[in-house]
Design a binder for this molecule. Structure first.
Ligand SMILES: [Fe+2]
Length: 219
């Protein structure tokens, strides 16, 4: 080893660690542009995979938006049903989050690319943007029900399309996961908009008696 290289090692504390240093700030061309297919051997035609992936990316954008709407409402809910709705909204958020991953990974399995980032989702979703501020519970639930119905409507159309083109995997995901989860969630939140009495039963006219007189009659 030349004498001056030895002295360089002494003056440079990083000398000799070149191979273990992270290579930062790297850039290159994409390996697959969005919208292009990298065909996998799953015995489906390219045009079938492309059509299914396009449909699934729409459901994905809407499911991400619905999922985030649940988290917004989980944080911002107000009133005497706060605790139960705070918990229910978060449960539905988690279930929608699982759907997001299932849909995105199906798109990748078809050889396509799934949407991922918020700005791309915002450009793609058909669910109306809510205000940043807080809303009353009935408004929150109405907003969620409208979003669920949009997802259900498109999922049914796309499930039929996938079935007709022989893409059973996509059809099964849309029916067994997307449609069934959304229908169940609609039931759970719809019941919060049924106006039933909390304490006094809504007796037919003429049969109304005060709780006091009922107690007296029972003696
Ligand atoms: Fe939370």
């Amino acid at each position: 080893m030349p004498r001056d290289s030895k002295s360089n090692h002494k003056s440079d504390p990083q000398a000799g660690s070149e191979r273990s240093r992270p290579l930062l700030h790297q850039h290159a061309r994409e390996i697959q542009p969005y919208g292009k297919l990298a065909k996998l051997s799953i015995a489906l035609d390219e045009n079938v995979c492309t059509e299914s992936a396009e449909n699934l990316n729409q459901v994905l954008a809407d499911t991400i938006t619905l999922r985030d709407l649940y988290k917004k409402h989980h944080w911002q809910v107000a009133g005497h049903t706060f605790y139960q709705l705070h918990l229910l909204f978060d449960k539905h958020y988690e279930e929608q989050n699982e759907l997001v991953d299932t849909i995105a990974e199906r798109i990748q399995s078809l050889g396509a690319i799934s949407l991922a980032m918020a700005a791309d989702v915002a450009e793609t979703t058909i669910i109306p943007r809510p205000p940043r501020g807080r809303e009353e519970v009935p408004v929150q639930i109405s907003r969620l029900l409208e979003a669920h119905e949009m997802v259900l409507k498109e999922a049914r159309t796309m499930a039929k399309q996938a079935s007709d083109s022989g893409d059973d995997g996509t059809n099964d995901l849309l029916v067994s996961d997307v449609i069934r989860t959304n229908e169940l969630q609609v039931w759970f939140i719809s019941e919060h908009l049924v106006d039933v009495p909390l304490v006094h039963a809504d007796a037919p006219a003429g049969e109304k008696e005060s709780p006091k007189s009922r107690t007296a009659g029972a003696r």
